[in-house]
Design a protein around this ligand. Structure first.
Ligand code: SDX
Length: 432
């Protein structure tokens, strides 16, 4: 019996009904409305899940009013300062920070799963060279289920674990191959003497013609960006992974569904859209005019990289990426980078504008990440693919958590039907 109850009362004399209220360890309480339909014949109506907790989770906690993000209880600011991406991946997957030997074993396992089946590389030839990287990623990651049959028994814990290792290990290889395919350069095999992030940069930027050496500043910047993108509780793509997974679909298919959902410009695709927007604005003097357009709803122009469903304060990830951006531009002697200056000016003007203040619109994770990617030499269409590579850790952890949750059921929302009521069929000749 829950300690707290919520009472739903009606104005038409129907008896009131009680629902249990549950408390999490942090964040708002939830009203358990699962019995609502059975008790009252009513559904809740909540398009966009504005007030709905779709599951219980112990992975990531966000306090959007204050601007707090924690993975398994640890503030993102601490993790990003000291951890490697794989250390954070271990934390997200298994719930605790790894001890030295646990991390060594995990890194070794991931390192020894980075190659993809040779036949998978031929998949790329089926795509046009100018295909969007996210289109290629959806296809190739989905195709993994055709290659790794031995790890798709979702009811077997070991099988699920192997799939998790395979996905986390192969995503950098697949993402780098996607880039190589668009440039026409040869695919680079992974190298086991490099770290996870170095290896990704090597497979992306290395060629067989010359030696490739990691640049520690750039590697660290990429490591940070991957950590910051690794999980973000029940966002649209994670919810998509959970929904696909709730049907019993295999993990590769579920992650592919997540990649598709991430692609949209309202979600992970915003990092690419921010760069296009900055290019379009072109100069600081054009900012006021651009912001006036943003305020006209009918114009459908958004300030990309701004606003968030949960953060009604500065996204803590944006703060860290802005700092990383400074460091990278400094290291590359690009301090006067025009896009960065434009982004800083745009942020300042927007944060002082009544429209954005009233709606609590602040920069989100995507606002500055693109400038860092660009400085690292990554082409704009690849930005969201890198987001997908990082988020795979969160997706797989959330998928695993769902499969272990006794309350989880196939995701099957209902609707408020607004179509035609039953009517008589009209034969072809009598239709008006
Ligand atoms: C990510 O959910 C996650 O956790 C996602 C993510 C993750 O790590 O997984 O954090 C990653 O997806 C970041 C978000 C990237 N998207 C963008 O940067 C695109 C621009 N942002 C917006 O599309 C929007 O802010 C959303 C989609 C991010 C959030 O949408 P909501 O919560 O549904 O809010 P809303 O659209 O109802 O906005 C409220 C008001 C509206 O105005 P009014 O109708 O009240 O007058 O704010 C306005 C909106 O029109 N508004 C914006 C705006 N964002 C919201 N106006 C101009 N520019 C914007 N960017």
């Amino acid at each position: 019996m829950a300690e707290k109850l919520a009472t739903l009362s009606f104005h038409d004399g129907k008896p009131s009904v009680d629902f249990p209220i549950y408390s999490g360890n942090e964040g708002p309480d939830v009203i358990d409305v699962r019995a609502l339909y059975g008790k009252t014949g009513l559904f809740t109506y909540d398009p966009g899940f504005m007030s709905t907790a779709s599951c219980r989770s112990s992975i990531t906690y966000i306090d959007g009013d204050v601007g707090i993000l924690q993975y398994r209880g640890y503030p993102i600011e601490n993790l990003v300062e000291t951890c490697s991406f794989l250390e954070v991946a271990y934390l997200i997957l298994f719930g605790e920070l790894p001890k030295k030997d646990q991390l060594d074993t995990f890194v070794d396992t991931i390192t020894h799963h980075t190659m993809v089946h040779e036949q998978l590389s031929r998949f790329y030839n089926g795509f046009r060279r100018d295909a969007h990287p996210m289109a290629v990623m959806c296809g190739v990651v989905g195709a993994l289920s055709a290659f790794y049959h031995d790890s798709i028994d979702i009811n077997d814990a070991r099988s699920r674990e192997i799939s998790a290792y395979r996905l986390i290990a192969k995503l950098p290889t697949i993402t780098a191959m996607t880039y190589k395919y668009t440039t026409g350069q040869p695919f680079m095999y992974p190298r086991n003497n490099l770290s996870y992030v170095e290896n990704f940069l090597y497979m992306t930027f290395g060629t067989p013609c010359e030696d490739w050496k990691p640049n520690p500043v750039l590697t660290r910047a990429m490591e940070r960006i991957l950590i910051l993108h690794a999980d973000h509780e029940q966002n649209a793509s994670t919810s998509t992974v959970r929904l696909a997974g709730s049907t019993g679909a295999n993990p590769f298919a579920c992650i592919s569904a997540g990649i598709a959902a991430l692609w949209g410009p309202a979600h992970g695709g915003a990092n690419e859209a921010v760069l296009k927007m900055l290019d379009y604005i072109g100069d600081v003097k054009n900012i006021p005019q651009f912001l006036e357009r943003v305020k006209v709803k009918e114009d459908h122009t958004m300030l990309m990289g701004f606003g968030h469903r949960v953060y009604k304060n500065y996204d803590p990830r944006a703060r860290i990426i802005q700092k990383t951006c400074h460091e990278v531009l400094e290291a590359l002697d690009l301090k006067d980078d025009k896009l960065f200056k434009l982004a800083m000016a745009l942020e300042k003007i927007a944060l002082e504008d009544d429209y954005f203040i009233k709606r609590k619109l602040y920069p989100n994770v995507d606002f500055y990440s693109g400038i860092v990617y660009k400085a690292l030499g990554i082409p704009v269409p690849m930005f969201t693919a890198i987001f997908a590579l990082a988020r795979t850790v969160g997706w797989i952890a959330q998928w695993n958590e769902m499969l272990g949750d006794a309350d989880a059921k196939i995701g099957r929302p209902r609707q408020l039907f607004t179509g035609a009521a039953r009517r008589d069929f009209v034969p072809m000749g009598q239709r008006k």
